[in-house]
Design a protein around this ligand. Structure first.
Ligand code: MG
Length: 381
């Protein structure tokens, strides 16, 4: 039995992970689940799956959680520090990090310090602290398995290949809901418009990131860390059907692609079953029904976030931290109707321009940059 912990079990990835554990109950044992504030759903999940530990970040919800689970043999904890602590629990084989945004970074650090493998959905961990996480992972033996569909695709394509033979990684992206919208009307985009993704059903933060295409930018940085590829060897292609999840071109010109229906259950399951594959109960891909797959170059005038991310990766040091935190705060301001859709990349650019980078940043330096950028973004509205 593989022992699994889920950081962020009440979000979209967390819920799908529970479905996979339920469908493979002979292969997985659930050790813990955690949530930020959604206590009712967390209680429901705890009663159904009976993990050993349940953690809620919001301390105000602790007493309700504790009283609801009192009859079960479950250890109940609260507070963000307890989430960081449980992420390092050595009895777990794989910690699924499905926390949204920069709050996922410290739990990843904790897992990497303790030699716990990570199935990583929280791309922000690598964007903000990729070098630092891998320096810890090398010492502890932690392996980081991608859950992000593009990175799972690349990972599947390079199995059995020598990394020397990789010419480039080709990340595909749907282009989001505004691919064909006239740029002149971008300042009229509402939160409701931006939350309608054409193919994927995901949480709010990543759906807005897909609409600005910052998601693809963050994914370039994520791919750079996961596969040790320079930015010059990572390309983005728009593929509106989201069937090819990414590709790898090799030195002999051969291109491998991984295809599948847009459903996160497959990449989650692969991260947990690796190096094996488990039989799935979901629908098969029907290429004849799909008829055609199309591809375009990304439009960086419409989607400047992509350019900003590339620039942050080129500049390195703590620029990707700024990129990520400024974007995250701007996205929340947009969701709260405090800024326009088109202000998101403007804020990110402004924060990148005023940043004094730090070399070889450790976790404290990264957290300082995070606080400073977060406070500054929130002070300008
Ligand atoms: Mg993705």
């Amino acid at each position: 039995m593989k022992k699994i912990g889920i950081l962020g079990s009440t979000g979209s990835i967390g819920k799908n992970t529970l479905k996979i554990i339920e469908n493979n109950s002979d292969k997985f044992e659930l050790i813990y689940i955690t949530a930020k504030t959604q206590v009712e759903l967390l209680i429901e999940q705890a009663k159904k799956f009976k993990p050993k530990y349940v953690v809620i970040a919001d301390e105000d919800k602790y007493s309700l959680l504790k009283s609801e689970l009192t009859q079960l043999n479950i250890k109940v904890m609260s507070g963000y520090n307890s989430i960081i602590e449980i992420a390092g629990l050595k009895e777990v084989d794989v910690a699924v990090n499905a926390i949204v945004g920069s709050k996922g970074m410290q739990p990843s650090v904790s897992a990497c310090k303790n030699g716990v493998d990570i199935a990583l959905s929280n791309k922000e961990s690598l964007v903000m602290a990729g070098d630092y996480l891998y320096s810890l992972a090398e010492k502890s033996g932690t392996e980081i398995f991608p859950v992000d569909s593009e990175h799972s695709a690349i990972w599947q394509c390079i199995q059995g290949e020598d990394s020397k033979n990789i010419k480039k990684l080709i990340l595909t992206g749907s282009g989001g809901p505004f691919l064909n919208r006239d740029l002149k009307t971008f300042d009229k985009i509402t939160v409701k418009n931006a939350l309608k993704h054409p193919n994927w059903s995901m949480g709010k933060k990543i759906t807005i990131d897909s609409a600005t295409m910052m998601n693809k930018g963050l994914e370039i940085i994520e791919a750079h860390h996961l596969f040790k590829m320079p930015q010059s060897k990572i390309e983005v292609v728009i593929h509106p059907q989201s069937i090819i999840h990414s590709m790898v071109e090799f030195v002999d010109g051969s291109v491998k692609a991984q295809l599948g229906l847009p459903d996160m259950k497959l990449p989650i399951q692969y991260a947990l079953s690796y190096p094996e594959r488990y039989i799935a109960n979901w629908e098969s891909l029907d290429l004849v029904k799909l008829k055609k797959l199309t591809f375009f170059s990304p439009d960086t005038e419409k989607f400047p976030s992509l350019k900003l991310a590339l620039n942050a990766l080129k500049l390195g040091e703590t620029y990707p931290v700024v990129l990520n935190v400024a974007n995250e705060q701007a996205v929340y301001l947009f969701i709260e109707n405090k800024i326009k859709f088109t202000d998101i990349p403007k804020i990110v650019e402004k924060m990148l321009n005023r940043h004094d980078p730090i070399k070889n940043a450790d976790i404290d330096a990264i957290l300082d940059v995070e606080n400073e950028v977060s406070n500054f973004v929130n002070s300008i509205v």
